[in-house]
Design a protein. Structure first.
Length: 63
């Protein structure tokens, strides 16, 4: 018997349409090429600073 509150009753979507994935990859690469990204290290520095007396401002694109 199926439980309406059980989130595992339906098959999860694992694979996306290839066209949709390709379009998102092209957009992501265009963002990177244009400098619209924040590095892991910049985010890490910012997050670690939040628990200090002098938190850093949020990182900006290209950092």
């Amino acid at each position: 018997m199926s439980d309406p509150g059980n989130e595992f009753d339906e098959e999860p979507v694992v694979f996306e349409e290839a066209d949709e994935l390709d379009a998102r990859e092209r957009k992501a690469m265009a963002d990177i090429d244009a400098g619209r990204f924040v590095t892991h290290e910049a985010v890490r520095r910012w997050l670690l600073s939040l628990s200090t007396d002098n938190p850093l401002p949020r990182p900006k694109c290209g950092e």
